[in-house]
Design a binder for this molecule. Sequence first.
Ligand SMILES: Nc1ncnc2c1ncn2[C@@H]1O[C@H](COP(=O)(O)OP(=O)(O)OP(=O)(O)O)[C@@H](O)[C@H]1O
Ligand SMILES: [Mg+2]
Length: 286
Amino acid sequence: MTDTTQQQRQPQRLNMQPEEDVGPPVVQIRNLWTRFGRTVVHQDLNLDIYAGEILTIVGGSGTGKTVLLRQMLGLERPSKGCVRVFGKDISAAEPEDLQRMRNHWGMLFQQGALYSALTVFDNIALPMRELHALPEDVIRDAVLLKMNMVGLGPEHASKMPADLSGGMVKRAALARALALEPQLLFLDEPTAGLDPDLSDAFVSLIQTLHRELKLTVVMVTHDLDTLFALSSRIAVLAEKHVLAVGPSCDVLRVDHPFIKHFFLGPRGQRALEVLVERNAQNDSES
Ligand SMILES: Nc1ncnc2c1ncn2[C@@H]1O[C@H](COP(=O)(O)OP(=O)(O)OP(=O)(O)O)[C@@H](O)[C@H]1O
Ligand SMILES: [Mg+2]
């Protein structure tokens, strides 16, 4: 590689929110490298995520989006560099500290959203039971509340994951991610495998929860409708680092082959048209 100067490795920060509104980053990633054997996945990657935003990470398959989320959660350590969450270097945190911190974060994984051997109820109750501090009647009320929050009726509580539809599995997994009332929510491909209607319903659900719970959300998605509907800012992962980060309208203007291909192909054009229509509708309703 020849283009590894610090200058070139900084993401293009496009039209950041004004400093006074932004506050310190909730997640701060500095000069992060990830290697698996001889394969370099991330090289000098930098990214800041701010309170209250929905930051969406996009990039080609295998560019290290899931690994990056796992590093933010402290489930994997970077080969080099630093990940700070709420100001704490999580690569250097003790396991007990890390577990305490994770109790304030919710996560919806790309794979294996629920434990297949546990009922919906027990899946959602699990993070609360693991605290060993809450009586079972409090847990019961909290589980039913979370189920209600994500639109799952109590009749689904005793079902096994295999007996749920794809959309219901995602909802139950989201209820589990919200179990401990997180400040920070990680979503890896939340709408993958859902049909367009279920996907739209899931997007509305995230919008409502984001607004009502004042969450900071870090999301990975390939789905352009989800991306345009939800993102405050987009971070583009390409060439092993964050190539550009900013609001979608600014990122779309960056002249890079991946960005052109990803956003401005036929899929991207369709998603953009839907977004423009939706915005016009919202404007006329307000
Ligand atoms: N534990 C591991 N050991 C070796 N290689 C790994 C490991 N975890 C991930 N990788 C490799 O790192 C790269 C990035 O993986 P990752 O799952 O983060 O990609 P991704 O961007 O999430 O892709 P997708 O969009 O398909 O989900 C891939 O080449 C993957 O094979
Ligand atoms: Mg992935």
